[in-house]
Design a protein around this ligand. Structure first.
Ligand code: SF4
Ligand code: SF4
Length: 313
């Protein structure tokens, strides 16, 4: 008998003892009080796509509750990028508000509108929005009871399971929110480091995440749909909070002269056709290790100046 849902707790990067204590206590109480499988993972943003933790998460088939210190929108699309896809659902009121995307007035349909998703729900929650373990347990129990009423009853109680994986460096890369992205290709035009690519269906994707320049959130400011997130950026609007980046945004069309979306997409296809085959660059759809030399990845001094000026804007 399968449980109605699995709970995942993605630890924070901070080794702060209070955060660790909170994560451990929450995992133990959830396993004890909800009788659900509880998986505790290292920070999911820092794990390789081909590692055992992501592989384990991809094997989950039923609903998921994923609790972390990241904004729910960023976590949802990080999961999606790693093949852990489902209908976006909420944990609590705050996340319900975050589900409201930007107004789409006469706009191009977002990529997600044309993509079928598995018929399961993925509920993400941000741990620092509710400081009491008991409230998180109540929320998860409520979700589990609804899920159980639609399927099998809750199984017997268990213990949290720690999923281990050798720690990697702190990674830095963009995550695309496909419920907003309109595939306009501004980002692939803009990024000088080859982070973006297009898939077989000519949809933008973060193809080489580890080529992203650490600390640089520049493309999030040129995306016209606020669809590019950097989960660990200190500015909430860039890290995945609800709302717009507002005054932070840079209109590239105004700066350099615009070109229609179709032209941008055609230009991206043309550029991609001169790049090595995708399978040579990546064995998976997920974030992959860099395959180019350090020298090739290092921006030159002119590029540094250019990014600094953009940040000042
Ligand atoms: S700039 Fe934004 S909307 Fe355009 S393709 Fe990139 S992520 Fe999507
Ligand atoms: S933040 Fe900078 S380096 Fe990273 S993907 Fe965006 S433009 Fe490219």
């Amino acid at each position: 008998m399968q449980p109605p849902l699995t709970v995942v707790i993605s630890r924070g990067r901070s080794p702060h003892p209070e955060k660790r204590r909170f994560e451990d206590e929450l995992a133990a109480e959830l396993a004890r009080q909800t009788s659900l499988p509880v998986l505790v993972t290292p920070p999911l943003t820092d794990l390789g796509a081909n590692g055992p933790v992501w592989a384990r998460l991809r094997r989950t088939e039923r609903d998921l509750v994923v609790l972390s210190w990241l904004f729910p929108r960023a976590m949802h699309w990080l999961l999606d990028r790693h093949g852990v896809a489902g209908q976006r659902a909420t944990v609590g009121d705050q996340e319900a508000a975050e589900d409201q995307g930007p107004p789409q007035i006469g706009a191009v349909e977002p990529v997600a509108a044309g993509r079928p998703l598995p018929d399961r729900r993925i509920h993400c929650g941000k741990l620092d929005t509710e400081p009491r373990v008991s409230d998180w347990v109540d929320r998860v129990r409520g979700i589990a009871e609804i899920a159980a009423s639609l399927g099998e009853p809750l199984p017997a109680a268990g213990q949290p399971q720690q999923l281990e994986e050798p720690p990697r460096r702190r990674r830095w890369f963009p995550v695309i929110d496909y419920s907003r992205c309109t595939n306009c290709m501004e980002c692939i035009d803009f990024c000088l480091f080859g982070v973006y690519g297009i898939d077989a269906g000519e949809i933008i994707l973060v193809e080489q995440p580890d080529l992203c320049r650490p600390g640089c959130p520049a493309c999030s400011r040129v995306c016209p749909e606020n669809a590019i997130l950097f989960p660990h950026h200190p500015t909430p609007a860039i890290a995945g909070a609800c709302g717009e980046t507002g005054g932070l945004k840079v209109d590239l069309s105004a700066l350099f002269g615009g070109s229609p979306t179709a032209d941008r997409q055609a230009a991206a296809r043309e550029r991609e056709s001169h790049r090595p085959a995708a399978e040579e660059r990546s064995a998976t759809n997920g974030p992959v290790d860099p395959r180019v030399s350090e020298a090739a990845r290092s921006p030159g001094p002119d590029t540094d100046d250019w990014f600094r000026q953009l940040e000042e804007i």
